[in-house]
Design a protein around this ligand. Sequence first.
Ligand code: ADP
Length: 497
Amino acid sequence: MKKYLMALDQGTTSSRCVIFDSKGQTIASASKEFTQYFPHEGWVEHDANEIWESQLYCAREALKRAALAPEDIAAIGITNQRETTIVWDKTTGEPICPAIVWQCRRTAAACEALVADGLAETIRQKTGLAVDPYFSATKLQWILDHVEGARRRAERGELLFGTVDCFLIYRLTGGRVHATDPSNAARTMLFNIHDMAWDADLLKLFRIPACMLPEVRPSCGVFGYTDPALLGASIPVAGVAGDQQAALFGQCCFEPGAVKNTYGTGGFLLMNTGDRAVASEHGLLTTVGWQIGDQVTYVLEGSVFVCGAAIQWLRDGLGLLSTAAESEAVALTVPDTGNVYFVPALTGLGTPYWDPYARGTLVGITRATTRAHIVRATLEAMAWQTVDLLEAMKQDAGVTIPALRVDGGASANNLLLQMQSDFSALPILRPACIETTALGAANLAGLAVGVFRDLDEIKENVAVERTFTPALPEAERTARLGDWHRAVERALKWVEG
Ligand code: ADP
């Protein structure tokens, strides 16, 4: 029995490959950054060929570092930056233009027009998403409308569309498979998450020819086999999920009500809602977690735009820190923030406020305020923003949340996680393996090819490294949450009017 699983983790700024054994232990990894293009203000592009080359390099390099033969790999799992839109030639496999990245705002006006036309509610009902340039539909529409000959060629069936997972599957299988999974399809704003199919009305609305769309297959299952010329063997590609959903799977959040939060550049809180697509009344997105066989697992998702990025700003913008990790030691030199609150609305606020006009706000400063208070207030803000997401989740899903599983770069910060536990009155569980995104993709692939019997066997591999338990009296917690909200009030709608 082949024992090893390879995860291809294709992120926004770098490609990674991690090889795991069947116990979930990391055997080797490799990563490579690739170029970010900003051709106009608010535009973000990638070169899909560079994404592919960097990903292939990482796969080969990780195999070498693991000292494994390609035949030792039982299956490959793919996880990826979501929503990023690629269109390529069906015959040559060559992209016809740069990939439009999820962060790109070039279709903001198109989205405003959709909202003005009163289409937001219909789109939300069908896709679970808010109308926003973030999602693929308007990006694909833009390519068809602006790249010369694209629409005509697409209508003739000469072009293919895919998100990054889909493009990687296509290249890995030597152009034989054009497919994606529902966790990625659900981010296109073209996919009906209730019917679990491309939505004919939306295709008409966005004028997208159906023939260019990939087949949507379960997240767990063999999509195809790698071209032996690439890695030296024909390996099944057997698990696919978008990065946040893969992290939820990697955290073993298999039961309804299970929640994970990722503290990266931004913050992403996802809750498993089982077979129910829960409509949000508090600014959360409803989306697909994964599909195994016929069984679809839905999730609620909340996003914080600036999470670890606030620490980056203290380091690079203000020069208050020399490294992100130093934030913990500096914050620990004071017992509290001295009643200082920082609302890191540096690019507006996401869930639950959705205010693009909010701006960063520091309140409560006195002559006694020091660098340490501001650093501490920044860590607190990362936790308070997550509390707002948790509250929105609880209200939308109508469940009590037993514990919060955490990952991402800033989850290495013990003080942050203790604050998180205190402010949310929840146990915080940090796993031994913080590569949860890659692990989730590997586990989906392993489940598909029989490395794991079932979800219970996957769970046996996941160990909690440390649990943080709440220690703040409830009255104090509530009072401080109130102060946080007073601070948020002052940040809202700052640049409007
Ligand atoms: P991403 O995958 O979004 O690029 P990572 O998961 O690698 O992000 O996390 C990096 C982010 O976490 C950075 O914004 C950084 O400022 C922050 N960060 C990293 N280590 C720490 C730490 N020990 N304490 C606080 N923040 C940290």
